[in-house]
Design a protein around this ligand. Structure first.
Ligand code: BDR
Ligand code: CA
Length: 305
């Protein structure tokens, strides 16, 4: 199985993604770094530890990441993810206190393993990775692949008309990560909006035989509570995990991108630009198979033979 670190701001869809990674034998989660995003850093850190405890993985370390973006103000999504960031779903408390410094922990962990042997699965604003690149670029270059949920290419944004939340929450971090020349794959709204859970999917997950399936059902149900009239909800962050374990479900396109840094509304918007930075972007997905693979990975009812 592939060693991965999850960088995340849980967050309901982050939570489903984390459960999928922990449940899937193809991934060996060696740690989680938290970041402020959907909600503040204290809660995203606690939520990461609570999810690990619920899955019986309390020994996997959580390290506390950035409290806010490299520059400017934090944007918060408590209206979508609930006051605790996880829709009030009942979970055990973390088994261990978190490690104090995500950037230091990342650098030490990357040095303790062979270069290229750890992938980073990034589900929130890219602040932690940008800080690692600033503070210890040699350690950052030991990363294998970086797969990040973020951006909107041809799709409209979900913050500005063209900007997506993770990129909008720290556009300067996006610029520094793009410029670093890492092996970077982006999973934008163009694909994540296509993989949508409906109420039948929620019911199937809740009826699943595993903790991962049942909790995911509860998180997606909570994701419906804040969008009462919607028939389905997009599962953004779990697609990063699916790209890591089932790349055949995706169509990847090489692109050269720049990011808007300063516009008050469109900061974080990505543009195709031949002078920009090269990056692989997931632009196509087999959505029905992705949903089936997600349920199978979580051990939901539809995943059982
Ligand atoms: C992204 O923003 C967050 O609200 C979600 O967790 C996801 O990472 C979608 O734009
Ligand atoms: Ca997220």
């Amino acid at each position: 199985s592939r060693r991965v670190i999850i960088d995340t701001d849980p967050g309901l869809d982050d939570a489903v993604a984390i459960l999928l990674a922990l449940a899937d034998p193809a991934l060996d989660v060696i740690g989680i770094t938290s970041v402020a995003g959907n909600i503040g850093i204290a809660l995203t850190t606690r939520n990461a530890g609570r999810l690990l405890a619920a899955m019986g993985c309390g020994d996997v370390p959580v390290a506390i990441g950035a409290i806010g973006p490299l520059q400017g103000r934090t944007i918060d999504e408590a209206a979508i993810h609930g006051d605790d960031g996880l829709g009030g779903v009942k979970l055990p408390e973390p088994d261990h206190p978190p490690k104090p410094d995500a950037v230091l922990w990342l650098a030490e962990t990357l040095r303790a393993h062979p270069a290229g042997s750890i992938d980073l699965l990034a589900l929130g604003p890219l602040t932690n990775l940008a800080l690692l690149l600033r503070q210890d670029p040699d350690a950052a270059r030991r990363l294998g692949r970086v797969i990040a949920m973020g951006g909107a290419i041809d799709e409209p944004g979900n913050v500005g008309t063209r900007s997506e939340f993770n990129c909008a929450a720290d556009p300067h971090a996006v610029a520094e990560v793009l410029a670093a020349g890492l092996d970077l794959t982006l999973v934008p709204l163009d694909v994540t909006r296509k993989v949508r859970a409906n109420r039948q999917d929620v019911a199937e997950l809740m009826a699943g035989s595993t903790v991962a399936a049942q909790l995911s059902g509860a998180f997606v149900a909570a994701y419906f509570q804040t969008a009462i009239l919607k028939e389905s909800r997009p599962l953004h962050d779990p697609l990063v995990m699916l790209l890591a374990v089932a790349p055949e479900l995706f169509a990847l396109e090489p692109m050269w991108l720049t990011v808007e840094r300063d516009d008050p509304i469109e900061a974080g918007a990505l543009s195709r630009d031949p002078e920009g930075q090269p990056v692989l972007v997931a632009m196509g997905i087999d959505a029905p198979s992705a949903m089936a693979r997600l349920k199978a990975g979580l051990g939901g009812a539809a995943g059982r033979p």
